[in-house]
Write a protein that binds this ligand. Structure first.
Ligand SMILES: O=C(O)c1ccccc1NCC(=O)[C@H](O)[C@H](O)COP(=O)(O)O
Length: 215
């Protein structure tokens, strides 16, 4: 039997959307703290959402290049994961992992063969890797842009490195992504929204259903 596919619905900021994602069968949920994002949630909101999700699905707080006090503040809320979605170096990821005492997902931007070459630098220092589309120059945030990258670039990746796939996935494209790329997990944000930051129940359900049917 194939390993179960791990699905993470990212950028949840309200209790009702959290309930929708859990009922639809997600494995993980992501809460984002980055004020420039349409998916930004305050510390208090994230604390409440983590409490609501605890013991039901895995929770992940997404941070961008956080300082030590920010890491400590969010680690104290008791998420299962902290996702680092900025330009953190391998050394910094390792330090945050030790400091937080929480498992770490490192998101890595992929836009070229050179980017694929850097993935192995993070294999030992993070608990999971998330490969996402590299944002265009001048983008106001490093993720959640709904852009896809060229999955063929991943043919050059060391096959012993497991990863989650992200970047522009939608209910229409997710089955192809699962069959073509064979990631152990998926992450989605824009593709399950009706407008930036507004999650859509039917899109969440369709995404999860189509992803699981493709395994
Ligand atoms: O979603 C954001 O606005 C965001 C902002 C800053 C850092 C990370 C962000 N998103 C993190 C994610 O894990 C997204 O789900 C991932 O980039 C995929 O997004 P999308 O292409 O919209 O599905």
């Amino acid at each position: 039997m194939a390993d179960p596919l791990i699905i993470k619905i990212c950028g949840i900021k309200t209790p009702d959307v959290l309930e929708t994602a859990i009922a639809a069968g997600t494995d993980m949920v992501g809460f984002l703290h980055f004020p420039r994002s349409p998916r930004h949630a305050s510390v208090d909101t994230i604390a409440d959402l983590i409490s609501q999700a605890r013991g039901r699905v895995q929770t992940c707080v997404v941070l961008v290049n956080p300082d030590n006090s920010t890491v400590a503040e969010f680690a104290a809320l008791g998420p299962d994961w902290i996702q680092l979605h900025g330009p953190e170096t391998p050394h910094r990821v390792e330090a945050i992992r030790a400091e937080a005492g929480v498992e770490i997902i490192k998101a890595l931007p992929i836009g070229s063969a050179e980017d694929v070459g850097h993935v192995s630098d993070f294999h030992e220092v993070a608990d999971r890797l998330l490969l996402d589309a590299k944002p265009p120059k001048g983008a106001d945030r490093p993720g959640g842009l709904g852009d896809t990258f060229d999955w063929a670039l991943l043919k050059a990746l060391d096959p012993s490195i497991p990863f989650m796939l992200s970047g522009g996935l939608t209910p229409e494209t997710v089955a192809d992504a699962v069959r073509t790329v064979r990631p152990f997990g998926l992450d989605v944000s824009s593709g399950v929204e009706s407008a930036p930051g507004v999650k859509d129940k039917r899109l969440i359900e369709a995404f999860i259903q189509n992803a699981r049917a493709a395994v």
